[in-house]
Design a protein around this ligand. Structure first.
Ligand code: AMP
Ligand code: ZN
Length: 113
């Protein structure tokens, strides 16, 4: 999608602090971190958000969770972490490209505000 912020980041048209990349996904640090460690993992395919996941495109979601587990191990997030995918206005989604936040390095409140 030509006007999508995260598609532009994946294409290298907008700079990012890259953490990981493979043929299916791209991981980079959040520009406004909400925890000592806060990165995003996004599919390279433009999917507008959690509500646009279908049986046809869902495999990348499982792949992303496997990548997150690998990155968490490499980053030694031994105390745990939280994976969040916000959806729509009430869910707090501000970028219309599916992304998984990974937050770690402090105790996170539950339930979220
Ligand atoms: P959400 O509110 O769940 O849609 O999350 C969007 C996230 O993207 C927010 O945490 C933003 O801080 C982050 N973000 C926005 N622009 C950039 C950027 N250029 N580089 C890295 N992260 C960004
Ligand atoms: Zn996109």
């Amino acid at each position: 999608m030509s006007d999508c912020l995260f598609c532009k980041i994946i294409a290298g048209e907008i700079p990012s602090k890259k953490l990981y990349e493979d043929e299916l996904c791209y991981a980079f640090y959040d520009i406004d971190p909400q925890a000592p460690t806060h990165f995003l993992v996004v599919p390279k395919e433009h999917i507008s958000g959690p509500s646009a996941v279908t049986e046809e495109n869902a495999a990348v979601v499982g792949h992303i969770y496997a990548v997150i587990a690998k990155l968490a191990s490499e980053l030694k997030l031994e105390n745990g972490y939280r994976v969040v995918a916000n959806c729509g206005a009430d869910g707090g989604q501000t970028v219309g490209h599916l992304h998984f936040h990974v937050l770690a390095g402090r105790s996170l409140a539950w339930p979220p505000g």
